[in-house]
Design a protein around this ligand. Sequence first.
Ligand code: GLN
Length: 447
Amino acid sequence: MSSISEFYEKDRGEDYYNRLIEEIGGLNGKLNAFNAIGSISEGFPFSVKDNICVKGIETTASSKMLGSYVPPFNATVVERMLKKGFGFLGKTNMDEFGFGSFGLNCAKPARNPFNEKYVAGGSSSGAAVATSILKYHVAIAESTGGSISTPAAFCGVVGFTPTYGTISRYGLIDYANSLDKIGIMARSGDDAREVFDVVRGSDGNDATCTDPDYHDRNTGNIFVIDELTNGASEEVMREFSRLLDSLAGKGYRIERKSLKILEKAVASYYVIATAEASTNLAKYTGFKYGLKNDKFYQKYNDFFSDARENFGIEAKRRIAIGTFVRGASVKDRYYVKALKVRRLIINELAGILKDGFILNPVMPIKTPSIEEAESLDPLTSYKADMFTIPPNLCGFPHVSFTYAYPDGMPIGAQLTAGHFDDYALLGFLKEWESGFKYRFRYDIGAL
Ligand code: GLN
């Protein structure tokens, strides 16, 4: 049974929600999961990543640039959740505009609920923390290159990133439009499925959003690709091998393959992602969009430079890279080439996914401490996304799930399926969860 059905078996009075808000508020001082907490009084609680618009609630994508922007409308996902009776709980913390893998690129980084000295993962850091601390709750999150899988793995929850274009992006503050996918974090595959059924489906406000024929293919084959394990730490590989043994024991056929082109995935992704991000951020000039700049009496360029000081360091870095790679004189060498690489990777991976799932560790490293992650240079940090990027670059659905707790911290694997095989992944999770019990340190809202 999903925890959503379980929740509705009892009447929850006003007291329940008051206590919930109070307890979250208490813990939030330590974990920074929420940027804003709502005034929920009914329904199964859901949180919304802070780059998705909720009417009347401050929505900042964790950026100073958006100041105290309060959207006058709901994103389609939010509208659908509310209509179905879910209760809006709050906006969750994230890396500024989605730029990051560890949740550190924001004013008050979220912390890992298993150990506060460790990162929560990013960019949907707060969504993962909220899911990990709340007994009854689902998170609406978003991934461009791994922002659901990574924090879900670090915080020990289920992260479901559906096929590109299955959930409307209307009301999402875009990072990179051809890559962005709204997805779900939950404490079980069943909860994720229930929410997916509520929020997916075409939307007149998002022309890329479709109603496909979903298939549910589970061939019993799992492919492990060398390029999606190469470079992982010994410890990660030791745990991952155990997972493979256990899946083989359940009857899965595990087959190794190599796909050299995947070595180009990170480069292709960061060119496309930054190119799109730099165009999306161009509108924040302090004029019509972005924190208003009242200092009109200065030179034209100075006015804009002044306004754009409100971007954090990582956003500025991405504007610089993205503007460069799509420049007229070099775009064939970078941007267009990256698109070609993406096409090749899609074709190759689609060929493999026709015959089975692809499984890999979510990250090449175990959850780093905040101190360790802070010391990574930008390139090393980008490269840490090498296992989560391929399905994101290609719009393939994927789930990340916990499979072990070495030294008490969760460790996750990512399973990818072909386009529109979303339900096959959710079916796999159900099977996995029948033999593995996730652990949580907090259970706020349990009765
Ligand atoms: N870490 C990747 C990036 O910074 C992915 C983030 C995301 O999916 N939003 O681009």
